[in-house]
Design a protein around this ligand. Structure first.
Ligand code: PEP
Ligand code: MG
Length: 566
């Protein structure tokens, strides 16, 4: 078995087609007729751009617009006056077109490769692709025709360039193996867009595999199984079929409402960290955003973001969501989330220290500027405010007072905002669970943050592997907390959602349905999976499971039971 990085999900079983690098060798010559050489170069650029445009069109129909833009980017790069100008300067200094192209491309490749930054390093791959394409035209070398690959082909190459991908016929290529590339490289992005299982960065793939041999590509794990026996083929065939079946099932749910098997409707939102993530939430078919972690706007910089900067970010996210709900959590710093320029003192126990709402209520100006930014953005969509780490009713009251203060400031300045903006509580501490009845009197909604609720209930740090055996939302204590929070919220008529990781856990979902949760907020890739899980349960079935689970005494008993039925 060969091992690389799993870059595009799925299982591919087929025969290897090795794409070896073509010989683009030439003998450099000194040019005497500069004008003729310039014309030869410019013609080659035209042919190259023409070929590339055709490849972009092919890619647009097989993979999509974004992927085609990668190829169109090649045209922009070679037409860039700086790069083209430098190549022409070398020709004017009597170098042949091949040598000029190679030298200038090398300069760009070295420069981009040296940055160590994933995204910039991909530019180096683009320039290599341009160099090879231009040299192939200048030397009259025919490029390998991937489009002729027969059905059941697994492509094996050192590096998968965008121009190679353009020739791929999705029906015939069942897997991709490369020696280079990361999860975020063009190769990975293109393989995912084409939905072809891919194992990238597989060392020695080209030298160890031969054309025609049978292999299995496991795109989940990045594994290549060589010389598979019948048992392996059967096993992976079954995995492939199950994956394809699940994908089809999930795709059928795109654009649909989130309904239980007996027709109860739920809200299915996404968690985001930046306005750009809102695009992913919409693409994933999220019905809104249940948690915008605003601390990301405060990180990776040296000063606080201004009210205007924050307003722009919140407004942008809201506009992307086109009227779908957007729950913005106010700054949740401290604990594991550091912001160096705030100069927070080192504490003995930062998770129980001066953080989140506690810090914000003591830094009123900063807090008010965030609240004003959120209020101003609320004129552009359905925005709601949520306070993190609430442990006492006073904290909610003080937070709400500040919202009222911010509202009157805005009113005085004649600035629009949503007068009825909802203010909710993130129930993620043991205290908030215990006083959920009191909080429900004064909050407009709850969202259960099980990541912290589990830690604070079990007194077990989220990130401490020595106590990770205790850190489970399936602990009877945590399940009782969750059930209580939902019950208290429901009794007071406020909606209760969940934005912790547990909301996407298929074993937790029937319990949450039974307890009466109305909104699930999960990461974008989990949206359709959660919709699918919810659709499998009726309330009556979920109640039976919950009743049984809540009668159990230990986490081990609960997980064993849930494992046996789900
Ligand atoms: C949580 O605590 O469950 C949560 C969603 O918030 P975070 O992970 O940002 O602490
Ligand atoms: Mg939290």
């Amino acid at each position: 078995m060969l091992k690389g990085i799993g870059a595009s999900d799925g299982i591919g079983i087929g025969r290897v087609m090795l794409i070896l690098e073509q010989s683009l060798e030439y003998t450099p010559k000194e040019i005497t007729d500069i004008d003729a050489e310039l014309e030869r170069y410019r013609n080659a650029v035209e042919v190259f751009c023409d070929n590339t445009m055709k490849q972009a069109d092919a890619l647009r129909s097989s993979a999509g617009d974004k992927e085609a833009e990668i190829m169109e980017g090649h045209i922009a790069i070679i037409r860039d006056p700086f790069m083209g100008g430098e190549i022409e300067n070398l020709i004017k200094a009597h170098q042949c077109a091949e040598a000029a192209v190679e030298q200038i491309c090398k300069m760009f490749i070295d420069m981009f490769s040296a940055t160590g930054d994933d995204l910039t390093m991909q530019r180096a791959t683009d320039v290599k692709d341009i160099r090879d394409g231009l040299l192939a035209v200048l030397l009259g070398v025919n490029e390998v025709k991937i489009s002729d690959a027969p059905a059941g082909t697994v492509l094996v190459t050192k590096e998968l360039t965008p121009s190679m991908t353009a020739g791929i016929n999705k029906e015939n290529i069942v897997g991709i193996i490369t020696e280079t590339g990361s999860q975020t490289s063009h190769s990975a992005i293109l393989a995912r867009a084409l939905e072809i299982p891919a194992a990238l960065s597989v060392p020695g793939a080209v030298s160890q595999l031969s054309s025609g041999e049978q292999v299995i590509v496991d795109g989940f794990k990045g594994e290549v199984i060589t010389a598979p026996d019948e048992a392996a083929i059967d096993e992976y065939n079954a995995k492939r079929d199950a994956y394809i079946r699940e994908k089809r099932e999930l795709e059928n749910l795109r654009g649909k409402n989130t309904l239980s098997a007996d027709g109860i409707e739920y809200e299915l939102f996404c968690n985001i960290g930046t306005p750009k993530d809102a695009v992913k939430a919409v693409e994933a078919d999220g019905e809104g955003v249940g948690l915008f972690r605003t601390e990301f706007l405060f990180m990776d910089r040296n000063t606080l973001p201004t009210e205007d900067e924050q307003f722009d970010a919140y407004k942008q996210a809201s506009l992307i969501l086109k009227g779908k709900p957007l729950i913005i959590r106010t700054l949740d710093i401290g604990g594991d989330k550091e912001i160096p320029y705030l100069g927070l003192a080192k504490e003995e126990n930062p998770f129980m220290g001066f953080r989140a709402i506690r810090y914000c209520l003591k830094n009123r100006e900063m807090f008010k500027s965030q609240i004003k930014a959120i209020l101003r953005a609320s004129a552009f969509g359905d925005i709601r405010i949520m306070f993190p780490l609430i442990t006492a009713v006073e904290e909610l009251r003080q937070g709400k007072e500040l919202v009222e203060e911010a509202k009157s400031d805005l009113r005085a300045s004649g600035i629009d905002f949503d007068e009825n903006i909802q203010v909710g509580v993130m129930t993620e501490t043991a205290a908030s669970g215990v006083i959920a009845d009191l909080l429900a009197e004064e909050a407009d909604f709850f969202s259960i943050g099980t990541n912290d609720l589990t830690g604070y209930t079990m007194a077990a740090d989220r990130g401490n592997s020595d106590v990770s055996y205790l850190y489970s939302p399936m602990q009877p204590s945590v399940l009782r907390m969750i059930r209580r929070i939902i019950k208290c919220g429901t009794e007071k008529g406020i909606p209760v959602g969940m934005c912790g990781e547990a909301a996407a856990n298929p074993k937790m979902i029937p319990l949450l349905m039974s307890f009466g949760l109305t909104e699930f907020s999960v990461s974008a890739p989990s949206v359709l999976k959660v919709r699918n899980t919810i659709a499998k349960w009726t309330k009556e079935e979920a109640d039976k499971v919950a009743e049984k689970v809540m009668s159990m005494t230990t986490e081990a008993e609960i997980t064993a039971y849930l494992d046996s039925i789900i």
